[in-house]
Ligand binder design. Structure first.
Ligand code: SF4
Length: 242
């Protein structure tokens, strides 16, 4: 699954030069998970990450390359939560190395969709997440109590990695939290859109829809993403028109 590799490279380029802190995966350091999304009222909030008016982005990318995701890792670009005292820019990007790639293409795709849903199963105490799939933003409200108790990206990253690794096809997870104001958050949203385009095109392909590129609404994506047309035509459709 190398369809997302160019997007991983674009992401790394965007974050090049930003001060980074890296933590290993230590499941016992995960923040308490309460099993459902907690309502944190505005009056109980310390501040918000990725709030309106601030930079915000959220997306997930897949690869089979051990060079791109060597190991389970939590990376923080910019200030951690304890060093933040007011609303801040925020992005959370996850890159997964998946090992389902020897399977049939369709099975690989189903695995990717299953893995994507993992993000809806992480409910850290005092950490209310609102995702906007329309504009690729993620907004988080942190409760004063969680802030006082020392909630951190290191702890939260362990929550996410634990959830993703429940899927046996996930070999390694890199969770990136970004609060530095320097990187281009709009550009991150563009990458998020491209990632969704790739996943939607895979849906089109695996639902067995048209193989006539000349009338296909996804042609722009397939023209840009290396390997997409080969994937579609490799599935065995007949009468393909370029
Ligand atoms: S390969 Fe052609 S038909 Fe298939 S999704 Fe891409 S543009 Fe559409």
């Amino acid at each position: 699954m190398e369809l997302y590799n160019s997007l991983i490279k674009e992401t790394n380029d965007l974050l090049n030069g930003i001060t980074t802190k890296s933590y290993p995966y230590i499941p016992s350091k995960a923040w308490k998970d309460i099993g459902s999304n907690e309502l944190v009222l505005s009056r109980d909030a310390a501040f918000e990450l990725g709030a309106s008016g601030k930079g915000s982005a959220n997306y997930i990318l897949f690869t089979s390359s051990g060079d791109l995701v060597e190991k389970d890792e939590i990376c923080v670009y910019g200030r951690d939560i304890n060093a933040i005292s007011s609303d801040s820019d925020f992005a959370r990007i996850v890159i997964l190395r998946v090992g389902a790639l020897e399977m049939e293409d369709e099975a690989v795709y189903r695995t990717l969709k299953d893995i994507e849903f993992s993000k809806y199963h992480v409910y850290p105490e005092g950490y209310m997440v609102r995702m906007s799939s329309e504009n690729y933003r993620e907004q988080v409200r942190i409760s004063k109590q969680a802030y006082r108790r020392g909630i951190s990206f290191e702890a939260l990253g362990n929550n996410y990695i634990t959830e993703y690794k429940k899927n046996l096809n996930v070999l390694a997870v890199k969770v990136m939290f970004i609060t530095d104001p320097a990187p281009d958050y709009r550009k991150m949203q563009e990458i998020a859109k491209k990632s969704r385009d790739v996943t939607e095109t895979l849906t089109h392909i695996f639902e067995g829809l048209s193989t006539d590129c000349s009338v296909c609404s996804l042609k722009d994506v397939c023209d840009e993403v290396e390997g997409m047309k080969e994937l579609h035509f490799g599935i065995g459709a007949k009468g393909i028109k370029h």
